[in-house]
Design a binder for this molecule. Structure first.
Ligand code: IMP
Ligand code: MG
Length: 181
């Protein structure tokens, strides 16, 4: 079990920045806003962007506590690097979102390239309502304009791990958010 103030991956030191207790409160806060904004929906269709968003999505969806349809979408742009490659690989399978109340759940929005590509692809399906919930947002790093309705935390453009987010597949299990120093 890891609950220390720092976490090491290879030569990198990551320092605890957001505590799990704060995260829990934040998720409750976002969930109650989303529940009220989506009050007309019998079912909310959640599109969870793999892999990083799986922890945030699991907490958020249970906290919203409304009938749901769960869809996972694979989007990769980082690989083994600390910087987005700029080339986004999407695998959306065969989706039908027409007339649905959709919420896209993402772990973090950095340059915005991944989300912009996803929105472009998904909006052709004419959902009744489609919004973005991002656990973290690095607004300073944004390269494309995005309208993100629900944001957990705005953070500086440093690399973070924990709560589902990884560096080279490590650190996803951490209950807190850690930032590279
Ligand atoms: P973007 O396309 O630059 O906005 O990058 C978004 C994707 O990159 C996210 O879905 C994450 O998977 C990954 N990412 C961006 N910043 C971080 C970070 O600080 N830690 C871990 N993954 C990140
Ligand atoms: Mg991601």
């Amino acid at each position: 079990m890891t609950d220390s103030d720092t976490f090491l991956i290879n030569e990198y030191v990551f320092k605890k920045k957001i505590h799990a207790d704060s995260i829990k409160e934040k998720v409750e806060e976002l969930a109650s806003i989303i529940r009220s904004d989506y009050k007309d929906a019998d079912t909310i269709t959640y599109i969870i962007v793999l892999k990083g968003a799986f922890v945030f999505a699991a907490d958020l969806i249970r906290e919203i506590n409304v009938a749901s349809e769960i869809i996972f979408i694979d989007a990769k742009s980082y690989g083994m690097n600390l910087k987005s490659s700029g080339k986004v690989v999407l695998d959306i399978g065969d989706l039908d979102l027409s007339g649905k109340y959709v919420l896209i759940i993402e772990d973090i929005i950095d340059s915005g390239q991944t989300m912009a590509a996803l929105i472009k692809e998904l909006s052709t399906q004419k959902p009744k309502m489609m919004e973005i919930a991002a656990f973290l947002s690095k607004t300073e790093a944004r390269e494309v304009a995005l309208d993100i309705k629900y944001v957990g935390y705005e953070i500086p453009p440093d690399f973070v791990i924990g709560y589902g987010l990884d560096y080279a597949e490590q650190g996803r299990h951490l209950p807190h958010i850690y930032s590279k120093i």
